[in-house]
Structures are given as structure tokens and as C-alpha cells.
Design a protein around this ligand. Sequence first.
Ligand code: ZN
Length: 317
Amino acid sequence: MTTPSAHLAAGIDIGGTKLLGIVIDHAGHTVTVERRTTPYDNDGLVDALVELGEAIRPWDSLGIGAAGLVTHDGALRAAPNLGAVRELPLRARLEARLGHEVVVDNDATCHTVAEWRLGAARGAANAVLVTLGTGIGGGIITNGQLVKGTNGFAGEPGHMVVDPDGPQCVCGRRGCWERFASGAALARFAAEHPDHESLCAAAGKPAGARLRGEDVMVAARARNAAALDIVDTFARWTAIGLVNLTNLLDPEVVVIGGGLAGAADVITAPVQRWYTELLYSPDQRPHPRLVIAQLGEQSGALGAAMLGAGRGWAHPG
Ligand SMILES: [Zn+2]
């Protein structure tokens, strides 16, 4: 017999490389953490989630966060970073196997709920979160409510087009914001930079190496001019998207999460400078707070657990 205060909420975050499963108690404290490798096909993914769900028992509710388009009834329509996974009725298949109700939502939506309830957007009635990682995800809180949209697809800022003639996106279109303000964008800027050689040296990589976003951050911390140049370009594009979101939603706080939140020491100041410079009507409004997510790598699983537990966590009041 479980009393509400003893409710154990499980959450699993389906990441591009790993599945992270946690169980939290009613106060939000983590009581169990388990990791598995992410399979890239429908059947393999369901099997791995069932195995992980069983491994982290006991729990009273289960929420799943998945990178991709998740419908209101918990089907994963498309998942660009999960290989062959598509058109997967995840909720229905997990409920049949686990014999328990399961909630499935978009991973960035889960991050948003976690940061809103326990992290950097705590107490905000209007907030926007963007996850800057390989791509860009997002979530929106408006008037104290999580915004889901008609199909459950709201909060996909990474695919706002910021340059119709820009580079091709994983979604098949051109010039999406995530081609300019993600880890993949940093890698592209690095590959195209005329002083690639000094960039490689400052990042501690051999000349001609294929650099990743984190390599650019290493070089920027070493004050390499090419890296600082790239960071400034990246910061400007990041701010362009954040300003567009601000114009649309008028948030009191804008949260930057995802892998690049780990480079807050490098990116925060230039993003803030560009954001302030590009903000619409800056003299007529209180400027939204631009902050870094606080909950780290567990925030997706944490938010999934909260969404799975339902009222009280994900839908206060
Ligand atoms: Zn796109």
C-alpha cells in the first residue's frame, strides 16, 4: 500500500547514446540510477526500456523522455538521433510489457519540467528552455502551464528556419536554427575556419583533425583567437533564436540547457552580450533573465519521472 508521500516516481531519458533511468522520492531526491546503451531500432529500444524499467523497480509511476516528435498518446513518430527508430507506439508497447501505465514525452519537454519544478526556472510562470546539444530542443511554460500544442509537438525551436538558404538540416529542410547554434554547428564553424591549424593545436588535436564542439571550447579556454571568433559567431546565432523566442513568448526567464550548458564559462558572456544587443524594444521592457540549467545530466530523467507522476509534480496548482 503506497501513500502519496511515499510515491516513488521512475523516469527514463532516452539519449542519443545512453538510456538513463532514475527513481525519485516525493521530495525529488534520487534513490536509484541505472544506465544502458541506447539501441537504434524499435524492437531493441523497447526491449532495453523494459529491462531497465524492471531493473529500477520498485516504482509507482514511470515516465519516459525521448528525443523526437512524441504524440499525445505516447507514440514516437520520428527520432532523428535514434537511427532506425520511427513510428514506434512506445507507450502502448511498454504498458503491455510492464503491466503498468507509462507516460511518454519529448526529452526537452522533460528537461523543461525538471528545471521549472526544481532548477533554474523554479517559480517562473513564463519560461523558455532550450537544450543546446548535438541539435536543439526546447520547452515552453506559459502562464504556469506546460505548452504541448495540438499534436504534442510544441517546443521545437531547433527547427525554426533562420536562414532559408542555409545548410541542410537533419529534418530535410534548410537553415534551421540548430544548424547554427548547436554542438554540430560549432563543429561546422571549426571545419570551415581559415585558421583551422591553430584551432587544432589549441584544442590539443593533430592538424587537420575533425573537431567537435567541446574541442572548440577547449581552444576557447586557451584564448585561441580562432576559437573565440567561432564562439562569438555561435553566440550571435544562439542569441538570434533566443530573441525570436522572447518576442513570441515574453518569458521572464530563458534557460540554456543541454550539453553546451557545460561550457557556460565560455558561452554565457557572449550569448548575453548578443542577446541584450538584439533584444526587441530593449528600453521598454524588463529584460528576461538568461540563465544556465542547474540539474545536469539527470534533468531529462528527472522531468520524465515528474511527468509520469502527474499532478503535484508536472501540473502544480
Ligand atoms: Zn531542421
